[in-house]
Write a protein that binds this ligand. Structure first.
Ligand SMILES: [Zn+2]
Length: 473
């Protein structure tokens, strides 16, 4: 006869929630588990670790049949059976799936699970230790087997894990991309204001896009943890980019579920959270994917219908679309109509894209481009100016300020409004484009170190918006 409880965590979307697992040993009753698979794993792991199987009843919250709670279920059972003083489980959270031979297997979602554990000591599978220790302030104890967990709890040898060194930042440098001044400038404005960018042409679109994370400001503590939580739940923690904003570049054959995610794991949109989503050869993507982009671009998250409730994944990214001018590749003989149709596939996402640029094959005579470090320094100064203006708000960049609050945080001076109004009257832009351009004028002013945008900034924003408009002609 005995009773014990242990704590674990279940993960919904990218949010962890503490759960309590109770084991109640009453003679004659057989064990009841959250799921049959979990029951089989836990029973085999206990027997193969050299412990006896108690006649026990196990009470679990209904959703805790997740494999991440295996370790807590097994330890609660063994404690109730007298293998461990029950008070040893106070202040401890147990995470990990059990294999049949009693070893601990890594699980997805360790970062949000450890975050939810708060100040408790968290025991995790050794393969997840670095990932778990990414959470600031976490006390993480790695273990390899169930029997080792029992020993450590009994003996109090809960030695915290020290995280291995962070990965080095990306080595990709803008100096590798010669010429292309217009596209490089658009990329710099994109980084400085957090704007979306469309690049069209035949040449280094991919190289330019890949170098965007290297000129963006490094992630702060909160953003870095959000990104690590997404990669953790996706089971791709080894690809989390550390302090560099992430880059997610799905292939055009990726399915809609691969882009948006499903109820078990986030997709490409969320792997770009706080960083860059690059769609290379963008018109080749499935139309349903292209048309699904504006929702997350507006809301900063992906909402999916799970089994019983909505699953939310964060997805606040900068979109970079790159495209060739036509579907045939080089030595084009396509008609203007074919080329226009090709790029028209991008119509929906392009309604939300403020910057357009053409790129071209660089000639070797152009010499090396300006290095990333120099561009990044200008971007950082521009972002600092924006940060002062946006202090006390949830937004970090000009592009994030909602239309209804533009007047308050990014007011347009009369000569800027005058020029944009003329452009609307002339049919060059629509009224819905005006707020996008106002945000860009502020980014241009920030890059110049000016206190507010001028008419020239408005003209430049118009040029950047029109940048690749004639590509289909
Ligand atoms: Zn062609």
């Amino acid at each position: 006869m005995g009773y014990a409880r242990a704590r674990s965590v279940v993960v919904d979307g990218v949010t962890g929630r503490l759960v309590t697992v109770e084991a109640d040993i009453s003679p004659g009753l057989s064990a009841v588990f959250g799921s049959r698979e979990q029951g089989d794993r836990v029973r085999a792991a206990i027997l193969n670790s050299g412990y006896g199987w108690p006649d026990a009843r196990v009470t679990l919250p209904c959703e805790s049949s997740e494999s991440i709670t295996d370790l807590a279920v097994a330890v609660a059972l063994l404690a109730a059976d007298g293998c461990l003083p029950v008070e040893r489980l106070d202040g401890v959270v147990l995470l990990g799936e059990l294999s049949l031979d009693g070893r601990l297997r890594p699980v997805r979602g360790i970062v949000p699970a450890v975050s939810a554990a708060g100040t408790s000591t968290v025991i995790v599978p050794a393969g997840c230790a670095d990932e778990a220790a990414a959470v600031p302030g976490a006390v993480v104890v790695p273990a390899v087997r169930l029997s080792e967990v029992l020993e450590r709890l009994r003996d109090g040898t809960l030695t915290p894990h020290i995280r291995a060194a962070l990965r080095a930042a990306s080595q990709l440098d803008l100096s590798d991309v010669p010429g292309n001044h217009a596209a490089r400038f658009a990329l710099e404005v994109c980084a400085a204001g957090g704007h979306h960018l469309f690049m069209v042409g035949d040449g280094p679109g991919l190289m330019l896009a890949e170098r965007l994370p290297g000129i963006l400001p490094p992630l702060d503590d909160a953003a870095a943890l959000e990104v690590e939580a997404v990669y953790s739940v996706a089971g791709q923690y080894d690809r989390a980019p550390g302090r560099t904003p992430p880059m997610s570049a799905p292939h055009h054959t990726t399915t809609l579920a691969g882009i948006t995610g499903n109820r078990h794991r986030p997709g490409a949109l969320s792997l770009a959270h706080r960083g860059v989503l690059h769609l290379h050869e963008a018109p080749e993507f499935n139309r349903r994917i292209l048309d699904a982009l504006p929702g997350p671009m507006d809301s900063g998250e992906v909402r999916l219908l799970g089994r019983e409730r909505l699953v939310h994944y964060p997805a606040r990214f900068q979109l970079v679309l790159s495209a060739a001018t036509c579907p045939c590749g080089r030595d084009c003989t396509c008609t203007a109509m074919v080329r226009r149709r090709y790029l028209e596939r991008l119509a929906r996402p392009l309604e939300h894209v403020e910057l357009r640029a053409r790129f071209e094959r660089s000639s070797p005579a152009a010499g090396p481009g300006e290095p990333s470090a120099v561009v990044a320094a200008r971007v950082r100064e521009a972002r600092e100016r924006a940060a002062v203006r946006l202090a006390g708000t949830p937004w970090r960049a000009n592009a994030e300020v909602p239309v209804r609050l533009l007047r308050r945080y990014l007011p347009a001076v009369p000569e800027v409004i005058a020029l944009l109004d003329v452009s609307v009257s002339a049919g060059l832009i629509t009224a819905t484009t005006v707020p996008q351009l106002v945000r860009v004028t502020w980014t241009l002013a920030d890059l110049r170190g000016a206190s507010q945008p001028t008419e020239e900034d408005a003209a430049r924003a118009m040029e950047l918006w029109q940048g690749a408009r004639d590509a289909s002609r």
